[in-house]
Design a protein around this ligand. Structure first.
Ligand code: SF4
Ligand code: SF4
Length: 223
């Protein structure tokens, strides 16, 4: 399995672009914000890959790679033109593909965001601005939450007049996004990581696709 995981990382088209050699100089780690706060070092990650240390790579994928903030400061500084942050991204994608427990744990808190994104086309919505979510605002929250619907209606663009989503995403756009997610393997990855969420999302996608077909039929009837 370790060989298979490394093979998946190494065979990615981006791999040779992100890794050109490594002096072990540590410049990447010296400038990495995550290295200051966590037991994490981009130099170590790059060295593991450069020396093809399969066990070390697997261990890093269990925990350390998830500490990277994907800021790419390392890529701007490496004298070899490596991108440790980019390599971490590849390792994360392979961890997801193999359904590694670390990937499941890291992504679990984002399931609500994913559901919101697929069902509305947005990650966030104005109705999240409420006393439950912003207890630290104290009574000030009512200045926004109470007249929220009215405030939103005051925005000149009709697509922003909603409170359930940041803006209304056109049905055609949603359906096109589903195709992109399918073709790029995003939904396969989701199924590996969280089967229940995948089932819920599949139902939503099916409904929206039916709505889109109905809309097209209506247009045909009108013609
Ligand atoms: S990845 Fe680049 S900056 Fe980091 S240790 Fe290797 S050569 Fe140095
Ligand atoms: S991209 Fe990741 S590894 Fe690179 S500097 Fe930012 S946090 Fe550190």
């Amino acid at each position: 399995m370790l060989e298979e995981i490394f093979q998946d990382i190494q065979s990615d088209l981006r791999y040779d672009h992100e890794l050109n050699g490594c002096l072990n100089c540590g410049i990447c780690t010296a400038t990495c914000p995550s290295a200051h706060y966590y037991d994490y070092s981009p130099r170590e990650i790059v060295q593991l890959l450069w020396t093809e240390n399969l066990e070390g790579i697997y261990d890093a994928m269990q925990e350390k790679i998830w500490a990277c903030a994907q800021c790419y400061t390392c890529a701007a500084r490496c004298p070899f033109g490596n991108s440790p942050g980019g390599l971490v991204m590849l390792m994360r994608e392979v961890a997801i593909k193999h359904g590694m427990e670390s990937a499941k744990n890291v992504l679990r808190p984002f399931s609500r965001v994913m559901l919101k994104l697929i069902s509305t086309g947005n990650q966030l919505s104005p109705d999240m601005i409420n006393p439950d979510h912003f207890a630290d605002w104290g009574p000030n929250i009512s200045k926004v939450s109470a007249p929220l619907a009215v405030l939103r209606k005051a925005i000149p663009m009709a697509t922003l007049n909603t409170t359930k989503t940041a803006w209304e995403v056109n049905l055609k756009t949603s359906v096109e996004l589903y195709t992109i997610w399918e073709e790029t393997g995003v939904l396969d990855q989701l199924e590996t990581i969280d089967e229940n969420l995948f089932d819920v999302i599949s139902d939503i996608m099916e409904e929206k696709r039916e709505d889109w077909e109905d809309f097209l039929d209506e247009q045909d009837d009108e013609d």
